[in-house]
Write a protein that binds this ligand. Structure first.
Ligand SMILES: *[C@@H]1O[C@H](CO)[C@@H](O)[C@H](O)[C@H]1NC(C)=O
Ligand SMILES: *[C@@H]1O[C@H](CO)[C@@H](O)[C@H](O)[C@H]1NC(C)=O
Ligand SMILES: *[C@@H]1O[C@H](CO)[C@@H](O)[C@H](O)[C@H]1NC(C)=O
Length: 215
């Protein structure tokens, strides 16, 4: 702690605007996550235009993991560590990517895109795991989070019918992207215009500017 504040003073003295300080473990994540964001920024073309209109795939309802879920969990789960949500984010989106890839024939025009997206996601996950002591991943999860985890890792044939939902690949990647900005917001912070990426209305505004009637 003492060391940290010394470096804050030093930085504050050296630069007019002190850069946002973050834990070194999170700093490691920023490069792979930015690379992932570069891929995700093409999701409309590859996940919407290359699929039939209104195309949906079947996912577990817990794989629909949106900003509203995060805010609800933060309200309802006491002392919820962001790291727990980050672990959940990796778990959810690993399943989402697998399900999207599974429905695409070998020659589907979005296949190379999705394969690269998955590769980049794995890279980020590798850095995430390396950046934390192994004990972190053995820590007990809060009950509500453990229940979600169990639902996600259940054998598909043991999942009750009522737990399945249909969602478009594009909407799943929208969730993937928006929750990434929220849970790793330090990596996407902008000095000129600070954003609250966890705020649902942030993305609603973005959509209007898009001038796309339906996304
Ligand atoms: C994500 O990537 C796109 C394309 O490279 C870029 O325009 C956008 O600013 C990035 N978003 C953030 C929050 O860094
Ligand atoms: C797609 O879904 C929208 C909204 O549910 C519906 O109005 C439209 O007719 C559908 N388009 C096709 C081609 O099925
Ligand atoms: C997010 O909320 C929806 C309903 O609001 C729910 O169906 C889904 O299971 C939730 N996702 C997670 C990961 O809890």
């Amino acid at each position: 702690m003492i060391q940290l504040s010394t470096s804050v003073c030093l930085l504050g003295g050296l630069f007019l605007i002190a850069p946002v300080l973050m834990a070194p473990t999170l700093a490691n994540m920023c490069r792979p996550l930015k690379t992932l964001n570069d891929s995700l920024s093409h999701r409309r073309r590859y996940m919407k235009h290359n699929f039939p209109i209104n195309y949906t795939i079947r996912v577990h309802h817990k794989e629909i993991f949106k900003l509203s879920n995060i805010s609800k969990m933060r309200l309802n789960v006491e002392e919820l560590d962001n790291l727990v949500l980050q672990r959940l984010w990796f778990q959810v989106n690993q399943g989402v990517l697998k399900k999207i890839i599974r429905v695409m024939p070998e020659r589907h025009p979005s296949r190379p895109y999705t394969a690269e997206l998955e590769r980049r996601f794995r890279d980020a996950e590798g850095v995430f795991v390396e950046s934390h002591p192994a004990e972190v991943f053995q820590q007990e999860l809060p009950d509500t989070i453990q229940d979600i985890w169990d639902g996600l890792t259940e054998e598909p044939d043991r999942v009750p019918d009522s737990s399945w939902r249909f969602a478009s690949p594009k909407s799943l990647l929208d969730n993937f992207c928006h929750t990434m900005f929220c849970l790793f917001s330090e990596c996407f912070a902008s000095t000129e215009a600070p954003q609250d990426y966890c705020d649902v209305s942030h993305w609603r505004k973005g959509r209007k500017k898009d001038l796309q009637p339906e996304s």
